[in-house]
Design a protein. Structure first.
Length: 281
């Protein structure tokens, strides 16, 4: 019977090839020994990778939550897999911090990650293969709430500053995200087909269908702070910029009813109650 060596919740795995960045899996990271312990299988959500002798992991300067390695993915040549651990690993003494330490210990024990100074050569080789870009937020709004609306249940996912970041232009815009929306520690890729709806009687709330692998069906509610509703305030101007950016990318419809084809009838009927639940959650 195989025993899981380590489980880390809230991890994302991305395949990076040039300027292309594709999400492969989101969820628990597990490492399990196979073939009598000679090989390890690393899974993140529904994505799985075989870790055999010779695989090298590297860390990224400036991002203590990231690990990169060259994958063996059938039908995929080149590129690297980037693993991003949850933000909580940066909190000293936290449970997630302890799990990150154990994750590194497992990799070091199996020869996949070189400790401390010895890691620099492998790290540099991998870093050189990944295009590093300084991405600036198009707009940042403080005090925003992101929540998942699933039927009658609403769960707050994150609270904090909202940012919209433009991604590098890619050949197939239908399959690759145009923007990344972050609220606190939560991040959502926004595709050409993503549609935002506004609520006629709640100008501070936006709903959209998330396109994140492994996410349950439902909607993401974005609630801006109360001051955004005050004309001529700084927050009102930031909200205007936010909407203009979404409109520029064709992601925002004028009024919630305009999104009728993309957003379900049930949520339209319960939109006000959904907004109230988000703020009360």
């Amino acid at each position: 019977m195989s025993d899981t060596l380590i489980t880390v919740p809230g991890v994302s795995a991305h395949h990076i090839l040039g300027e292309s960045n594709i999400t492969l899996g989101v969820g628990d990271l597990n490492i399990v020994p196979v073939d009598g312990g000679t090989t390890l299988t690393l899974t993140v959500g529904s994505a799985a990778f075989a870790l055999k002798k010779g695989v090298e992991f590297g860390t990224l300067t400036g991002d203590p939550r990231a690990y990169v390695f060259s994958p063996e993915i059938e039908g995929v040549n080149g590129g690297y897999v980037k693993l991003s651990l949850p933000e909580g690993v940066a909190e000293d003494g936290s449970r997630l911090s302890e799990l990150q330490t154990r994750f590194e210990e497992v990799l070091v024990e199996r020869g996949f990650l070189q400790p401390a100074e010895e890691d620099r050569s492998a790290q540099q080789r991998i870093k050189d293969a990944i295009s590093s870009q300084s991405l600036e937020a198009l707009v940042t709004i403080p005090g925003v709430i992101a929540a998942q609306v699933l039927g009658e249940e609403t769960s707050v996912l994150s609270e904090g500053p909202l940012s919209l970041v433009m991604l590098s232009k890619q050949e197939d815009e239908d399959e690759n995200p145009l923007l990344t929306l972050t609220v606190g520690k939560a991040a959502f890729p926004l595709y050409k087909t993503t549609t935002f709806g506004t609520l006629a009687d709640d100008s501070r709330t936006y709903l959209f269908v998330p396109q994140v692998e492994g996410a349950d069906k439902g909607f993401i509610g974005i609630v801006l702070p109360t001051a955004a509703g005050q004309p001529h305030s700084d927050l009102a101007e930031l909200q205007n910029q936010f909407e203009l950016i979404l409109i520029e990318y064709g992601l925002l419809k004028d009024g919630f009813e305009a999104a009728a084809d993309e957003v379900s009838q049930s949520v339209r009927e319960d939109s006000v109650r959904a907004a109230e639940r988000i703020r009360e959650a």
